[in-house]
Design a protein around this ligand. Structure first.
Ligand code: DLL
Length: 443
């Protein structure tokens, strides 16, 4: 198994599209865009109605820039047409359905033809390859299997890569750790928050992750900050890569970091990215932060035209040192609908994470609790601290607390209450972490 770690990674043939010359890539994108827009127009009632409403016809597309004349698609369009209203293929050609559980009501449903699954698998092979994995790697896949796209998406990509996949799904942390040790896992796939739980549990079980074969983490499905990455890499000795995706577009495999860990490459021969101002809906230039909008260039069963992701990022100007020509987005650490407005100030949970994780002596387990006091919104950040600090003299805790309050004030400009809580107080997640507990409508 030692040889696996030393094996030299070669460029996976599936990654060739990552390195296409820019003019060839744009040509390919335009060709695919024309076809997918026509398919959407001819086969989906909503797209036809929207395009007609804007007085635009698929034949009007002459350049990639013309994409900005097309109407947007939003999450509510999927809800309003639940379950199958946006399908552009007959059920006889659809071989897989996934669904994403919304916070309220019905889920949104997404569909794939065999060709769509092949594209998805290909984009996951390119994801793993960009993170330095290859045949010989043993990939423990702790993304949830089932209607969530994480498990099966990563699974087929790992197999096609030629790696050995352990389809363990999420949860049962002690067993995850036993298998990680016994099977010689070299790469672990999960949400970053679940992996922080694994690190903690390993310490309790007296397992030193650094001494295992594990060297790579493929983490995504939720926002996480650079501070969280530092924590993970330091505590486990692995390289932690960020991967991005969403069910509406395909699942994981929309974008991935490469070995440079400097932004996420979008597999833009399949998924065309734009950044818009979320208020004016106007296109923004590279290097300017805004909402990511994605168009699926190949998806047959359920094409998405200019889908508004609500994820806030920017297209990074310039080329990546890895040599890939596909563009990069900056690490996503917030969504436009994540924003909390407290005493008139806009606050994002990621700002809170960055601020508190930079303070020594705290654990990467926290939650943000919103309440109402005398009609006003109140925010409290609950942070777990190490047992050592907790059992120390009261003075040490007070000092830590005031450090945290100060760190939070520095980034938010308001004073936020901090409560230090004992280790294991905050509920651990096996999938996406729930960082904000909103009790404002409860008494
Ligand atoms: O979370 C797909 C996925 C699975 C991605 C495994 C990566 C790994 P959904 O459940 O539809 O799909 O959630 C998509 O999650 O719009 C983002 O807000 C958020 N998200 C996903 N990846 C990242 C990431 C999957 N790397 C929504 N960083 C997206 C920040 C992410 N947010």
């Amino acid at each position: 198994m030692q040889t696996v770690n030393k094996q030299k990674a070669e460029v996976n043939p599936a990654s060739a599209a990552d390195f296409l010359p820019e003019d060839k890539l744009r040509e390919l994108q335009l060709d695919r865009l024309e076809k997918i827009v026509l398919r959407s127009y001819e086969r989906t009632v909503l797209y036809k109605k929207r395009m007609n409403g804007k007085g635009i016809h698929p034949g009007d597309l002459k350049s990639l820039d013309d994409i900005r004349h097309l109407p947007f698609t939003v999450k509510n369009d999927l809800r309003d047409t639940y379950p199958f209203g946006l399908f552009a293929s007959p059920m006889s050609e659809i071989v897989r359905l996934h669904a994403s559980s919304g916070t309220t009501g019905k889920p949104i449903v997404v569909a794939y033809t065999q060709e769509d699954l092949d594209v998805w698998t290909d984009s996951m092979v390119r994801t793993f390859a960009a993170c330095g994995l290859h045949s010989g790697d043993i990939i423990q896949n702790a993304y949830g299997y089932g209607l969530f796209t994480g498990g099966l998406g990563a699974h087929y990509g790992a197999e096609k890569l030629g790696a050995t996949v352990i389809p363990i799904s999420g949860g049962n942390t002690d067993r995850q750790l036993m298998i990680m040790q016994d099977f010689g896992t070299t790469a672990f796939c999960s949400t970053p928050s679940y992996f922080t739980f694994m690190i903690e549990r390993a310490a309790e079980m007296k397992i030193d992750i650094r001494k295992l074969h594990l060297r790579t983490g493929i983490f995504g499905a939720e926002p996480w900050t650079e501070e969280m990455r530092n924590h993970i890499e330091k505590a486990s000795g692995i390289k932690a890569y960020d991967i991005y995706g969403l069910s509406e577009i395909t699942g994981p495999g929309v974008g991935s970091e490469c070995e440079k860990q400097d932004g996420l490459h979008i597999f833009e021969d399949y998924f065309y990215p734009e950044i818009i101002d979320p208020v004016t809906e106007k296109a923004l230039p590279d290097g300017t932060e805004g909402e990511l909008v994605l168009t699926t260039l190949c998806k047959q069963a359920m094409p998405m035209i200019r889908y508004r992701t609500r994820d806030i990022t920017m297209i990074m100007p310039g080329k990546c040192k890895c040599g890939r020509n596909i563009r990069r987005i900056r690490k996503i650490n917030r969504r436009s609908d994540d924003m909390l407005i407290i005493r008139g100030v806009n606050i994002f949970p990621s700002q809170i994470e960055s601020a508190i994780l930079a303070v020594e002596g705290i654990l990467p387990h926290y939650q943000i609790v919103l309440t109402k006091e005398k009609g006003l919104d109140n925010i409290e950040v609950q942070v777990e601290i190490t047992e050592k600090v907790f059992s120390d003299k009261v003075g040490a805790m007070e000092e830590l607390q005031s450090k945290l309050v100060q760190a939070l004030e520095n980034v938010t400009s308001i004073r936020i209450g901090v409560r230090l809580v004992a280790h294991q107080t905050i509920k651990r997640s096996e999938g996406k972490a729930k960082r904000v507990i909103d009790l404002r409508n409860k008494n």
